[in-house]
Design a binder for this molecule. Sequence first.
Ligand code: NAP
Length: 496
Amino acid sequence: MSAPLVISGATGAVGWHLVRALLDEEPGRPLRLLVRPSDVAPDARVRALFPDAPTGRDAVSVWPCDLTRLDLGLDRVTGRRLLDGAGAVVHLAARTDFRGDDLAGYLGPNVQAAVRLGHLAARAGVPLVHASTAYVAGDHAGTLGEDDLDLGQGFHNAYERSKWLAEEALLRLARGDGLRLVRVRPGVVLPDAPVAGIPEGPGPLAYLRLLANLRGQGRQEARPLRATGDPTGQLTLVPAAWVAAALRGVLALGPAAGPCYHLTSARPFTMTDLVLALHRAVPAVRLVPTPALPDPDPLERLVERAGAVYAPYRRLRARWHRARLERDLPALAQDGADAAWLDRVFAAHLAAWRAGPAAAPAPRREEGAVRAYFEAHLPPFRGRALIEGLRSLTQTFSITVTGVGRWRVAVAAGRLVDVEALAPDAPPAPVDYALAPAAFLEAVAGARSPQALFFARAVVITGQVAQGLATATALEEFFRRFPYRAPAGRARGRTA
Ligand SMILES: NC(=O)c1ccc[n+]([C@@H]2O[C@H](COP(=O)([O-])OP(=O)(O)OC[C@H]3O[C@@H](n4cnc5c(N)ncnc54)[C@H](OP(=O)(O)O)[C@@H]3O)[C@@H](O)[C@H]2O)c1
């Protein structure tokens, strides 16, 4: 039996694919998964993601942990038991969003946690396989070697910088404390198809969803849309299953593994490759990379804002050596990252999104609160101006709260004219907002702006997207002035 593997980040995109591959290809190998509690207990999270996994100390065991705690939530004894007899620690967990500009918010989960795990691994004499990123290259415009780290590069965001700092700190531990360290630097990892319960893939998939939402919304959207970027800029995109295979390959090398592997595609994708693939997937919209965006129209502004965190990635020049990967793991030289693969990835995601999420029933309390909003909170505003001075707003829209129901709301000259529940099979209004109960309650409580929810892809606007966004922006003021305080524990009402 192979030695147990300790894995952090199994509930993430890369970790899920690794654990899935291990369960399928190395059944019986004990896996110790470090999982943080969410509103669901770690055990239940793992059961939901890997329902067929055998459980127990000699199979899959779950170890509650939180990377943001100084001790990772593992006391001394638990930390020692965790690594007892382990073959390796595979550290994948990290804060991976690009939203925060403030490095401090990334240091705990991405740097200190890696160092803490590194200390535990060094003390136990267990090797650490650490997931970094190809984008430690930052703004380097040449080729990054597998042994390069500091090329004087700058970084595009706090995430990149934190991943670089983690590598630097772990290398110090390897030199000073004898940590056996292998770093892997994946490119942008795309799953072949969405996996329920796993975060949706990064950049290209965010664009795919945005374009799919704009698709066929009238004459305007059918023409080319300019977006800032360099048509010859390059990205490395890699299949998640290939990354999982590469991680298993690195683990199988054992002490023969080199210090760092680039899990990047043999051939990069240019921005032109990418926009062509997006256009093949969503023919009604065509992005046109442009150096600058003078006089953007509302949709161009919308796409630009929605993709703002990816702006630097649309102009990159970096490339990566991967000679060590090809020498040590020749079977992985073929990464499968080509145009046909990207077409399949996009098609699979579109098909899954069109089929819609399996609408989980809303928790009773949330369902009751949503109904109370439409049945008790909103009706007294009938005939009243929603916000003083908002005369320009005339729009009928529907709000679909997943798992609860759909309501039609009519506003004329800034006054609420009507609000009514729609039958489950009634068509949506020309503008429809679809969102989960929790996101809806955040918006109407004034806790999160409708725009922020849209950019976080927590609300999908279908129909006339530009009008929908303008209406949502106007209503934001109403939500702030008249925040909805959900009644506690309201029972489930009748269905719409
Ligand atoms: N995906 C890519 O394109 C890509 C590219 C290059 C490098 N990488 C690197 O590969 C690794 C995995 O990335 P990914 O895409 O799988 O990330 P992901 O989908 O965002 O998942 C992140 C994982 O880290 C866990 N995590 C985050 N904060 C935590 C905390 N405070 N305590 C415990 N666990 C925490 C998450 O747990 P929850 O489920 O509880 O949130 C989740 O399991 C990361 O190190 C990332 O930097 C990824």
